[in-house]
Write a protein that binds this ligand. Structure first.
Ligand SMILES: NC(=O)c1ccc[n+]([C@@H]2O[C@H](COP(=O)([O-])OP(=O)(O)OC[C@H]3O[C@@H](n4cnc5c(N)ncnc54)[C@H](OP(=O)(O)O)[C@@H]3O)[C@@H](O)[C@H]2O)c1
Length: 314
């Protein structure tokens, strides 16, 4: 069965393609250069041509807290449009299986920890990424509606914070871990021991290496069929302060860190409950220490050939 991977040049899409290739499975990866998912006609025509039995929707407008706050219109409109287009094309072209990617950050800001799947829509959202969250929640609801109304075997997954080779390292719109890797590496190569990090360092976050995520996602793709989304994470979290300590140690350089407390922290804790994933027979295998080293080394090697400047207006 041909699996179509949308967003195949992104952090997640490229890891899924690597895993499918390693597993010897039949797939086609499509990037924005091949197809702009904002264009319904073009999306329909690619689906008609490829006739996939299964689709993994790893394309979306993604960014960190500052980008989300600066471009709420783009995060809401682009994500609603591109996800509606991929689901409409999948329906019209009789796609049997669709995996939609939600996110841990679309759960209520004050959800009890660890966050279980049934806490979706039980409280107020985190203000800083509300537009992105509303669009993603609409996607999860659309998947459930296609299941109920048209009996489609489509599912949603809720990934935790992901990192790894190919991440977005633009300081204005990356996630925290990628930003730390870049800041520590650049301070080291410029012989500066001063680093500014945002917030208080107190919030707790869960981080998953994208290769572990790709393995979990394909396990879920093959084995899970329910209208409730399923969390994908490691089940462990650390403080941002501890994360900074780990990146500092891996970079093997002495730093003086200034925590800029004028930048808001965001949700205090976001740890996923991964009971359902474990019951399905999947466990994480890449520790944060190993994953961070792998990503830091990758970043060092690919410094001049990676995503250091990513426009949020495209
Ligand atoms: N990274 C995380 O920590 C995380 C956590 C939870 C959920 N997720 C979800 O995982 C999915 C993938 O995220 P990611 O981290 O891999 O982000 P990413 O690295 O930014 O990849 C997203 C991909 O989507 C493509 N894309 C954006 N707009 C498009 C359009 N109009 N037409 C075609 N392609 C388009 C992007 O292409 P360009 O590069 O050309 O813009 C990019 O290759 C998203 O649904 C995201 O919400 C990610």
């Amino acid at each position: 069965m041909t699996i179509l991977v949308l967003g195949c040049k992104g952090l997640v899409g490229s890891a899924i393609c690597r895993k499918l290739l390693d597993d010897g499975r039949e797939f086609i990866g499509v990037s924005r250069a091949d197809l702009d998912l904002m264009n319904l006609e073009a999306t329909q025509s690619i689906f008609k041509k490829i006739k996939p039995r299964s689709v993994i929707g790893a394309a979306a407008k993604v960014g960190g807290m500052v980008a989300n706050k600066t471009y709420p219109v783009e995060f809401l409109v682009d994500n609603l449009t591109l996800q509606n287009n991929m689901l409409k094309a999948a329906f019209d072209n009789e796609v049997n299986r669709f995996v939609f990617l939600g996110s841990s950050c679309i759960y209520p800001a004050l959800a009890s920890q660890p966050i279980s799947e049934d806490s979706l829509l039980t409280g107020v959202l985190e203000k800083t990424n509300e537009a992105y969250a509303i669009a993603k929640i609409a996607g999860v609801k659309l998947i459930q509606s296609f299941r109920n109304e048209y009996k489609k075997n489509w599912i949603s997954v809720m990934p935790t914070n992901l990192y790894g080779p190919g991440d977005n390292f633009d300081l204005n719109n990356s996630h925290v871990l990628a930003a730390f890797i870049r800041k520590f590496y650049e301070a080291k190569i410029s012989n500066s021991n001063q680093i500014e990090l945002w917030g208080t360092g107190k919030p707790r976050r869960e981080f998953m290496h994208v290769d572990d995520f790709a393995s979990a996602l394909l396990h879920v793709h093959d084995n899970y069929n329910s209208d409730e989304p399923i969390n994908i994470g490691t089940g462990n979290d650390i403080t941002i302060l501890e994360l900074a300590g780990m990146v500092s140690e891996i970079s093997n350089y002495k730093f003086e860190i200034y925590w800029n407390k004028s930048i808001p922290d965001g949700t205090f804790q976001k740890l996923l409950d991964i009971k359902k994933l474990k019951l399905l027979g999947w466990e994480p295998s890449i520790s944060l220490e190993v994953g961070l080293r792998n990503t830091f080394e990758w970043f060092q090697k690919n410094y001049h050939n990676t995503r250091l400047n990513v426009s949020m207006n495209s």
